[in-house]
Design a protein around this ligand. Structure first.
Ligand SMILES: *Cc1c(COP(=O)(O)O)cnc(C)c1O
Length: 383
């Protein structure tokens, strides 16, 4: 069997183990210490955010952002339907209701027109949404100009889920630094990884201070353990933060490598008109975390994204359908949804993520492209 090609495997820079060794040498084997402090500094320097809190996951960061915005039982939160469930779950942890909004084709992200429609309709029904979560899916910028204007117009705070978008920018500014809060993820398959982890970004130091307080069990100032609020155990370990410091030394190269992978596929498959690629909004630079394609079945002679996925899998190559929209998930389908063209559902039905790791070799990429070309030339027979 050929060596397996993964969708987005970890890619270490080299110094990660040095920072882990420092933690052992200094006996900082805890969810605090110099690696945590320095990783937070690295994140601020790289993104331009004023403050960062390193946490156990991106999901924890979203949860804390919602808590800091005072979101609780019965509140409503606007959320793109086209995302990973981790964006939505923390809304439900807070017993609030997600209000799903469809995407547009220009960005694949939350559609400003439908967002406006949703805000107006929820106000008409007697409840103004308490927050707007914007996701930069696959490292592609959402329509930040329109969305931030809309949020300002209605006075709705923004949480930017940049879990997939570290290293991406809009008008030269890092995604994750536009909202009141930004969140990042360092899970195993993201553009950089700490094995698992996340961060909360904000330009308001008091909010990040409060996030750190809540993330360490909400201990009041006292010699004993004293609590006047419910806390969480959401802080990042000093060992894990050592991996993050090593990874931040190579983040710029990782973004370049992912963008090169995207450009390679685009060039190598340009003569197949049934394949189109994910967009990049004007004035933005995506990190191309995953290279995503969409198949036009009228032009493909009936070849579907599933045909391509299975053909790749038969050759030990991992690919994956685009995210299944939240409003179509059994666990979320009872919540309101705003959209008329069902863009997210269409992208899910026709879209595929190709292997996109920054450590892919030229040989790996040739293998992927050869199998895709073969599938288009000899479409699988169907019953
Ligand atoms: C990965 C991801 C998250 C959650 O991050 P974790 O660190 O895995 O908890 C949130 N939102 C999106 C869009 C993601 O892709």
């Amino acid at each position: 069997m050929n060596k397996r090609i993964y969708l987005s495997p970890p890619h270490m820079g080299g110094n990660e183990q040095k920072y882990i060794a420092d933690a052992f040498d200094q006996n900082w084997i805890a969810p605090l210490g110099p690696n945590v402090d320095n990783f937070e500094k690295d994140l601020c320097e790289f993104t331009g955010a004023k403050k960062a809190a390193a946490l156990s996951s991106g999901t924890a960061a979203i949860h804390l952002a919602l808590i800091l915005l005072g979101i609780g039982e019965g509140d409503e939160v606007l959320c793109p339907t086209f995302t990973f469930s981790a964006t939505t779950n923390p809304i439900v942890y807070q017993k609030a209701t997600p209000i799903f909004v469809d995407s547009n084709y220009r960005t694949w992200n939350i559609c400003p027109d439908h967002t406006r429609q949703a805000i107006k309709d929820r106000i008409r029904l007697g409840k103004k949404p308490k927050a707007l979560i914007i996701v930069h899916l696959y490292g592609q910028s959402a329509s930040m100009l329109e969305l931030m204007d809309l949020a300002d117009e209605f006075g709705i705070p923004v949480i930017e889920d940049a879990a997939e978008a570290l290293g991406a920018t809009y008008r030269g500014r890092a995604l994750g630094t536009f909202g009141k809060f930004g969140i990042l993820s360092f899970n195993g398959n993201k553009i950089i990884t700490t094995s698992g982890g996340g961060a909360l970004l904000s330009d308001e130091p008091a909010l990040v201070e409060k996030a750190r307080f809540l993330a360490t069990q909400a201990r009041d100032q006292a010699p004993h353990y004293q609590h006047s609020q419910i806390g969480y155990n959401y802080r990042m370990s000093n060992i894990v933060a050592g991996i993050g410091r090593g990874q931040m030394e190579v983040i710029t190269q990782r973004v370049e490598a992912r963008r090169k992978v995207f450009d390679f596929y685009k060039e190598a498959l340009k003569d197949i008109p049934a394949i189109s690629f994910s967009p990049e909004l004007e004035s933005s630079m995506g990190n191309r975390w995953l290279t995503c394609i969409v198949i036009d079945e009228e032009l493909s002679g009936g070849v579907t994204r599933e045909d391509i996925r299975l053909a790749l899998e038969a050759e030990n190559i991992e690919s994956r359908p685009l995210w299944k929209p939240m409003h179509l998930q059994p666990v979320f389908e009872m919540h309101p949804y705003y959209g008329s063209n069902h863009v997210a559902a269409d992208l899910f039905n026709r879209g595929l993520c190709l292997p996109s790791g920054s450590s892919l070799t030229a040989e790996d990429l040739d293998r992927v492209v050869a199998i895709m070309r073969k599938t288009f030339q000899n479409p699988p027979k169907k019953a």
